[in-house]
Ligand binder design. Structure first.
Ligand SMILES: Cc1cc2nc3c(=O)[nH]c(=O)nc-3n(C[C@H](O)[C@H](O)[C@H](O)COP(=O)(O)OP(=O)(O)OC[C@H]3O[C@@H](n4cnc5c(N)ncnc54)[C@H](O)[C@@H]3O)c2cc1C
Length: 570
């Protein structure tokens, strides 16, 4: 078996992984493994932009990192840890300028300054953008810089499991997708940057690769999942395919209409209207549909026609293309049909409760980006804050580890023993999957996704959540008997889908359980049987662990700060 050794190994070549890798490769022998070619990482799909209090627009002159932090904490329904939020918002202007100096092609104002647009829940227009293809622009910029800096890449390598020696992380086993061979990567530091896991839901804006492999691997190694009940449903996904229609469309002035031609947001957020935070707009749309004021019992209209052809072509060209190609609607002439869809995972790999953002309970294992829960978004993320999080904490973690220095290595015999034990387990699992004749993995996956959509969606309640928990427990059992249809491991996508499903089922189960446990409504988690936020009992983070009897929930306090916990009004 092939063995590779690095000072630090990053799993994931999206914005967070690349930004950490860029920093670390300045001094250390650093490598990134990714299951897809780096620029196919899901960061490239980000449309609307990245937040920073630059104050480039006249109406944004008064903006500050503190106002940005306030909007983020309020948007999070006060569940975000305020120290992390403050840090991110203070770093934001520096990180955007850094991107600019690396050559990121931001859209510009007449003055030449970086253009900014209003976004949901933001007090000022602070979202910097590159048309409606911001993620694509930033990902290519970082990829170029990382290649230039000599970061080592292992493209199309799939993280299977982590291994631990002497109580510390010692490495991971990956599958070389092309050769179908297992490879051991030994490293005293591993950073998980594997992105979101929206695909546990059947209908999502996420790419098919967003399956939570890093969250699952950390969980199997004993690291808890944090706040996974907080699932962001984006209000405007294209009816039928659930492709994202960026919040930038409303930021540019788009209106939402029900079938009675009413701008219904006036009923829930009379001041912010269409630019209320996503959880509020998603619920408003769902309510219109449930109460019979939607179209075909399924969607509402997002109208951009009044913006004019020139503005739509300049600022929202990708949205126009998506609408034409996937729905046959040209937004210059007709409204777009939209409905809420799973979009973002606020929860993720649990982190420690100290200032070393990104450190997990397992010594040497770190996490950044959407797979992590630092917790900067609390119960609801504001649009434009996720791209920001990836770059801020990618750079921060790189610098923190360089400052810390390399740890003392575990003994090589212990590493070898841990490595062999893990490989042995994986080989046995692969063999079992070859020999099984039980359920088809695709059936398990479909039932899991449909169950979450149906019972753990925008509106939740006890009976539904109990149903979801029961179905998922059964699916865990069904998964034990799934099979892979061919034993040839080269480019074996059946095998990869099984490996993904292994993690997805754990995350789905933890999501359903913590949603049942949280008997209140906060941010994106809305319980019709407990519609009020309950700070006395639930102003806490949930931490889901697995012990021999099944899943268990513990809690962790929220780090409050200068912003007092208040009612959210928009
Ligand atoms: C359609 C869409 C639009 C969005 N628009 C915006 C926006 O405008 N502004 C904003 O702030 N946020 C936006 N977001 C959210 C934001 O894009 C993501 O949260 C962010 O880009 C995630 O970056 P990441 O580095 O954490 O992960 P990703 O970019 O998803 O990268 C994950 C990496 O992990 C690798 N990986 C995963 N599993 C394995 C494995 N088993 N083995 C090896 N490698 C693995 C993948 O290959 C990939 O390289 C959007 C999200 C979506 C879905």
């Amino acid at each position: 078996m092939n063995i590779e050794e690095f000072d630090v190994l990053i799993v994931g070549a999206g914005l967070s992984g690349l930004r950490a890798g860029l920093e670390l490769s300045k001094k250390w022998n650093a490598a990134v493994i990714s299951k897809v070619f780096p620029v196919r990482s899901h960061s490239g799909a980000a449309q609307g932009g990245i937040n920073a209090a630059l104050g480039n627009l006249e109406e944004g002159k008064e903006d500050t990192p503190k106002s940005h932090a306030f909007d983020t904490v309020k948007g999070s329904d006060y569940l975000a840890d305020q120290d992390v939020v403050m840090f991110m918002c203070e770093e934001a202007p520096k990180i955007v300028i850094e991107f600019e100096s690396m050559g990121a092609p931001f859209s510009r104002l007449e003055s030449g300054l970086i253009a900014q647009r209003p976004f949901g829940g933001a007090g000022f227009p602070r979202t910097c953008y590159a048309g409606d293809r911001t993620g694509h622009a930033l990902l290519h910029t970082l990829n170029e810089q990382s290649v230039r800096n000599g970061l080592t890449f292992f493209d199309e390598y799939f993280l299977v499991d982590l291994f631990i020696a002497e109580g510390k992380i010692a490495g991971l086993i990956a599958l070389d997708i092309a050769k179908g061979e297992l490879v051991s990567f030994r490293s005293p530091y591993i950073i998980l940057a594997t992105g979101g896991f929206g695909r546990i839901f059947k209908y999502s804006t996420n790419a098919v690769i967003n399956t939570g492999d890093g969250v699952g691997a950390a969980f199997r190694a004993g690291v808890p999942m944090q706040d996974v009940e907080f699932v962001q449903f984006h209000p405007t996904t294209l009816y039928g395919t659930n492709i994202l229609i960026t919040e930038g469309a409303r930021g540019e002035g788009g209106y939402l209409f029900n079938s009675k031609s009413e701008r219904f947001m006036k009923n829930t957020a009379p001041k912010a209207m269409e630019l209320a935070p996503r959880d509020i707009v998603a619920r408003a749309i769902e309510t219109e549909v449930i109460e019979g004021r939607g179209f075909e019992d399924a969607y509402v209209h997002l109208d951009l026609t009044h913006l004019g052809a020139e503005r739509i072509k300049e600022r929202l060209p990708g949205i126009r293309e998506i609408s034409i190609y996937f729905a046959g609607v040209d937004p210059i002439e007709q409204p777009i049909l939209v409905q809420p869809g799973q979009h973002y995972s606020m929860g993720g790999i649990g982190t420690k409760f100290n200032g070393d953002y990104g450190e997990t309970d397992l010594s040497g294992l770190y996490t950044i980006g959407e797979c992590s829960c630092l917790s900067v978004h609390g119960a609801n993320r504001l649009g434009g804050n996720s791209l920001l999080e990836t770059a801020v904490f990618g750079r921060y973690l790189g610098r923190t580890l360089l400052k810390k220095g390399l740890p003392k290595k575990s003994s090589s015999s212990d590493i070898k023993a841990a490595e062999e034990k893990t490989i042995d387990k994986i080989e046995k699992l692969f063999k079992k999957w070859d020999q099984n004749s039980g359920k088809k993995p695709v059936d398990v996956r479909n039932e899991m996704g449909e169950t979450l959509n149906r019972y753990v969606g925008v509106y939740r309640q006890k009976d539904d959540l109990e149903k979801a928990n029961n179905v998922l427990k059964r699916l865990q059992k069904d998964f034990l008997s799934v099979h892979v249809s061919t034993e040839d491991r080269r480019f074996n996508y059946g095998l990869l889908r099984n490996l993904e499903l292994r993690s997805m089922i754990d995350i789905a189960e933890a999501t359903a359980l913590s949603s049942l446990w949280r008997k209140e409504s906060r941010g994106a988690h809305f319980r019709t049987d407990y519609p009020i936020r309950n700070d006395d009992e639930y102003l806490v983070h949930t931490m889901v662990y697995r012990n021999k009897d099944g899943l268990k929930i513990k809690t962790k306090p929220v780090k409050l700060g200068i912003f007092a916990v208040k009612e959210r009004k928009y």
